[in-house]
Structures are given as C-alpha cells and as structure tokens.
Design a protein around this ligand. Structure first.
Ligand SMILES: O=C(O)[C@H](O)[C@@H](O)[C@H](O)[C@H](O)COP(=O)(O)O
Length: 243
C-alpha cells in the first residue's frame, strides 16, 4: 500500500495532481471514460484549485471524466457545507465539463433515504457487470479516523449489500448520504489525502494499529484495486519511520 509523503501541503497536492494526471491518461488509453468519486471537507479544495490551474488543466481530458461523490452532507446545494458546491466552486466551474458528466447526490425535494436509493440506481447504471466500480475514489480522513460518512460506532460501516446509504449524524445535527465499503472496495484505485498534525494520531492508528473498523472506519477501505495514501509530514509525524 504506497504511502506518499511530502513536507508540505502544497508539495503534496502537486504530487497528487501529477499522479492523477498520469493515472487518468493511462486509463484512457484502455477505455473511453474515467469515473472519479470526489471527497468532501476542506482537504480537497487546494487539490481542486491546482487541477483547474494552467499548470494541470490542459493535461487532463476533462470531456472523458465522470464525476461522482463519496458522500454528501444533506443540506441544500447552496449551503456552504455542501460537498458538491465545494467541488463546483473549486474545480467544476473552472474546467470544460458538461452537466451530463456530473452526478451529484440529491439533497433537495427528496428524503435522505430516497436520495441514497436514487444514487445507487445511478451507480448500477454505470457499474453493473464492470470489473471495477470507480476508476478512482478520492477520500479524506477525519481526525477520528472516519472516511466518507462512515463515522466511528455507526452501523453503516458494516453495510455489505447497499452501495449507497443514509444516516443521521447527531453530532452534526444533519443527515448524510454516503457510499459504503462494498462499492468503494470495488474500485480500481483509491487515494486517501490526509494533511495536518490533527490527523497524526488517527493516521497512526489506521495504518499501524490493530484492525478496529468500528473505532477507525478508514481501515475498512481495502480496495480490489490499488490503495494509495498521500500525506504531509505533519500528518505522518507519529508513524514508525520506515528503514
Ligand atoms: O463530507 C465530508 O466531511 C467528507 O467526506 C469527510 O469524510 C472528510 O473527507 C473528512 O471529514 C476529512 O475532512 P477534512 O478534509 O475537512 O479534514
């Protein structure tokens, strides 16, 4: 499981962007489209801005990408907490992608449960009978070791059938819609991007601690394809130095 470490967030995001450019180009030599699931939260913002910058934007065949999300906060699109809005603001409004290539999780005029069912139907349309599900899933990790909306102690961690589900997150007083481990673990490539000293304890527990998916749900992500971790020096400060 490759761990890519860079001294700074800026250097790390250039490493991720270059890795993505190469992965997308290599994949598109073998197939006509590339499916990517974006992560929410704050960490992806600087990566998105970099991908949309002159340095990288012309290295990606945007018209062949299809965008999905790993999870969504169940708030209106125009709410600043909405993950799809963040992706539009930092990337999708700045690159040549048609709306037909973008598949957001519905959070308006629908219930969380119905939104999860509707998204699952979209995924079955794209992935049924495929050797892999997503070509790439980008993931973040919370300082409690959660990923997607698989939070410690929640039942969704152990979902084995549904590809998409919803949950009430009392701590944040909101519903979430999230991909589950079965669909993410069918991916060709999964990349965690984790930065900051506040992630160091969880990263050590996830990567070096005993298996404990209820306490550190990120551990349940074990894809059929490749699993990469991209982290800055601050987030990896507690890891056992590799010889
Ligand atoms: O909707 C979300 O919040 C994300 O999908 C979530 O899983 C995120 O990746 C982690 O919470 C890390 O968030 P930061 O990048 O903001 O630390």
């Amino acid at each position: 499981m490759p761990l890519h470490v860079e001294p700074s967030v800026d250097a790390l995001m250039h490493t991720v962007a270059n890795w993505m450019v190469e992965l997308i180009a290599d994949t598109l030599k073998k197939q006509s489209r590339f499916t990517i699931a974006l992560s929410g939260g704050n960490t992806p913002k600087s990566l998105h801005l970099l991908l949309a910058s002159p340095t990288y934007r012309n290295k990606i065949e945007w018209d062949k990408l299809h965008f999905f999300w790993g999870d969504e906060r169940f708030v209106p699109f125009n709410d600043e907490r909405n993950n799809a809005k963040m992706a539009f603001d930092t990337l999708l409004n700045s690159v040549p992608v048609k709306k037909e290539q973008i598949h957001i999780m519905q959070t308006e005029n629908i219930t969380p449960e119905a939104s999860a069912e509707a998204y699952e139907a979209i995924l079955h349309k794209y992935f049924n009978n495929q050797p892999f599900s997503f070509d790439l899933v980008l993931l973040g990790m919370g300082d409690d070791g959660h990923t997607l909306s698989l939070f410690p102690g929640t039942n969704v961690i152990h979902e084995t059938q549904k590809w998409v589900t919803s949950l009430w997150l009392a701590a944040q007083d909101m519903y979430r819609v999230t991909l589950t481990a079965p669909i993410v673990n069918q991916s060709a490539h999964v990349a965690f991007i984790t930065t900051g000293s506040n992630k160091a304890h969880a990263l050590k527990a996830v990567l070096e601690g005993p298996s404990n998916v209820d306490q550190y749900p990120s551990q349940i992500i074990q894809p059929k394809g490749s699993l990469h971790w991209f982290a800055d020096a601050a987030a990896t400060a507690l890891l056992t130095p590799s010889v």
